[in-house]
Design a protein around this ligand. Structure first.
Ligand code: ATP
Length: 472
């Protein structure tokens, strides 16, 4: 691979949206749903095509998913059809012409080699892609922001994922995931008493609602409170009582005061009916991300975002400091992946990042890099790891666009780690946050040094030994 061949196709398959485009462009070419509509034998992809079809809600037309609850593909036939659609209709290039960069989410479990095999087969055999790079989503997000250590908080559709990255290494034992994300909120909104959803809605109807008015409802009505909602209620009650007492003492009148949580918000539902809700109810739905137990007793408060972040940081601190007291080899088993870029601590630096023999994607070179990563990260105490993570909290995922999310994350972390400095990074431009992972992948693919990521060619498939545990 030469520096001249910088143009690649970049496809990010999230569980809600798939974003595709070229690495030499600033913005992606298309954002389409990661689902498809099946009408007879025909698979329908693309936002507008699906919306048109779903609106008709014709009998026999169903919406199917491609990605599983961990954000990994399980419906490979549909994924192939979707990639073909992207190449033919959206990018208008042949898969044979350009390298391909794809993403995988982090997982606290071992990355499934079966999934890797299927990706290789799809890219090299079925589509004929010449070169393939697989990047880990949060690692790409952190490195493209110039951070080799970060706590990446991704609040997406299928849930929340918190990924600690230390010295360019994803600390696998610290990756925490919950199922409470955008889809869960969609479900809660559809159950509101003001909404007349039929008891048995078809998959088309459910998908159509989630992608039209429910999405608008989430962006205009929902708000994350800056502290635990139960505490906020108590705080406002106390404030009211205090003010009333003061007023009465001063002039003897009973003052007219309102609880801010009773403010009204309006939403035009289906263009016909106005739904009015108090601010406390808007807060309550968003609060499920932080306290899922408020939605049902069957959900544990330990799956709330605050707990996930706290556990992730502590586990990362524990893992890295343990690695320091062990040999590099043992430490390597804790490591999920290390990009060659991170060896320098500066992902934009092309010269220092290249290691001898890193051009060959053989497992040996990657495992040595992994062991080196473990050893370098292992030199840190848990306090140093906490500090590294807390000064680099990156907030991503579209559900984090709900107003107040960043402030709440700051407040929750400051309560749990009061002695540490805290810095968060959240892209303030709505569209940029939506395509942040794609932009990061694209930035990684466009780095001047091609050895910064790991490129696979068809001969690596089957012939190369399986990458060592700790690499994807
Ligand atoms: P995952 O991270 O689960 O694999 P994904 O990366 O495809 O999925 P995102 O695109 O980050 O998911 O998030 C999609 C979710 O964000 C959907 O539930 C969508 O309704 C919701 N969403 C999109 N825009 C907004 C917004 N402005 N406010 C609130 N929620 C939003």
């Amino acid at each position: 691979m030469t520096k001249e061949d910088k143009k690649c196709v970049v496809i990010h398959n999230g569980s809600h949206s798939t974003i595709a485009g070229f690495s030499n462009m600033e913005l992606p070419q298309c954002i389409i749903p990661s689902t498809y509509l099946q009408r007879g034998d025909e698979m329908i992809f693309g936002t507008f095509e699906m919306l048109d079809e779903a609106q008709q809600n014709a009998p026999g037309t169903e919406v199917y998913t491609i990605m599983d609850s961990h954000g990994l593909p399980y419906n490979w036939t549909a994924l192939e059809a979707q990639w073909r659609y992207i190449y033919e209709k959206q990018l208008k290039v042949s898969p044979h012409d350009l390298p391909l960069v794809i993403s995988v989410p982090t997982s606290h479990a071992e990355f499934d080699m079966h999934v890797m095999e299927r990706y290789f087969e799809l890219a090299f055999v079925q589509l004929g892609v010449p070169v393939l790079q697989i990047v880990i989503e949060p690692l790409a997000v952190a490195l493209s922001m110039g951070k080799s250590s970060a706590l990446v908080v991704d609040i997406g559709a299928k849930g929340c994922t918190v990924t600690p990255i230390v010295d360019g290494t994803v600390i696998k034992s610290g990756v925490m995931r919950s199922k409470f994300g955008g889809n869960f909120l969609d479900f809660q909104i559809s159950k509101l008493p003001q909404i007349d959803t039929p008891a048995t809605a078809s998959t088309c109807e459910t998908w159509y609602n989630a992608n039209t008015w429910i999405q608008q409802f989430k962006s205009t009505m929902l708000q994350v409170s800056d502290k635990n909602l139960v505490e906020l209620e108590r705080y406002y009650q106390e404030q009211l009582q205090l003010q009333q007492q003061q007023q009465q003492q001063m002039n003897g009148f009973q003052p007219y005061m309102v609880n801010p949580l009773t403010q009204k918000r309006n939403f035009l539902y289906n263009g016909q009916k106005t739904i009015t809700m108090e601010l406390r109810d808007c807060y309550k739905i968003a609060e499920y991300l932080f306290q899922p137990n408020l939605a049902s007793d069957t959900f544990s408060s330990a799956d709330g975002l605050s707990e996930l972040m706290s556990k992730s940081i502590r586990k990362a601190g524990g893992s890295v400091s343990t690695m320091g007291t062990q040999s590099g080899g043992t430490g390597a088993s804790l490591v999920y992946h290390r990009s060659h870029a991170a060896a320098s601590g500066n992902p934009k630096s092309s010269s220092s990042a290249q290691s001898p023999g890193s051009g060959t994607p053989a497992a040996a070179s990657s495992s040595s890099t992994t062991a080196a990563a473990a050893a370098s990260a292992g030199g840190l105490t848990s306090e140093q790891v906490y500090s590294l993570l807390l000064t680099n909290v990156i907030i991503t995922g579209c559900t984090s666009l709900i107003g107040g999310t960043e402030q709440r994350i700051i407040n929750e972390l400051s309560i749990r780690f009061p002695q540490y400095k805290l810095t968060t990074y959240a892209n303030q431009i709505q569209f940029d946050r939506k395509v942040q992972t794609w932009i990061s992948m694209s930035a990684m693919a466009s780095l001047p040094n091609w050895e910064l990521g790991r490129w696979y060619v068809p001969s690596d498939w089957r012939t190369a030994p399986a990458p060592a545990s700790g690499t994807i």
